[in-house]
Design a protein around this ligand. Structure first.
Ligand SMILES: [Zn+2]
Ligand SMILES: [Zn+2]
Length: 111
């Protein structure tokens, strides 16, 4: 993933780097479902986009998703990898369907 040139352009901006830092400072622990469920205290090292940037097509829409503070989730590297594995795993159809619905709701509301 993350091969889209617009995605690469947005992720390499100072704006994204400072937003990412702000997010990690305000939420320094992993917010993923698994850590929350198990009450695990896992330091977050990455920032995940809840509605994937790749779910929209124009750079304007991508920009909205990329820089929306409410679309960010602090995660550890390990949990981040797992989330992305789950998102693209074909056995997890329900997860994908839920993501699609969430994406559609978001687009209807904001874009
Ligand atoms: Zn986690
Ligand atoms: Zn992610």
């Amino acid at each position: 993933m993350a091969k889209d040139p617009n995605y690469i352009k947005l992720i390499n901006t100072a704006r994204w780097r400072s937003l990412r830092m702000k997010k990690l400072q305000s939420q320094p622990l992993c917010e993923c479902e698994v850590c929350k469920e198990l009450d695990k205290i896992t330091p977050a090292e990455a920032v995940h986009h809840i509605v994937p940037i790749e779910s929209v097509t124009t750079i304007e829409q991508m920009e909205v998703l990329m820089f929306d503070f409410n679309n960010l989730m602090s995660v550890s590297y390990e949990c981040h990898n797992r989330i992305h594995r789950d998102m693209f795993s074909h056995t997890k159809v329900n997860v994908q369907k839920a993501n699609e619905r969430r994406t559609k709701r978001f687009i209807d509301r904001y874009l």
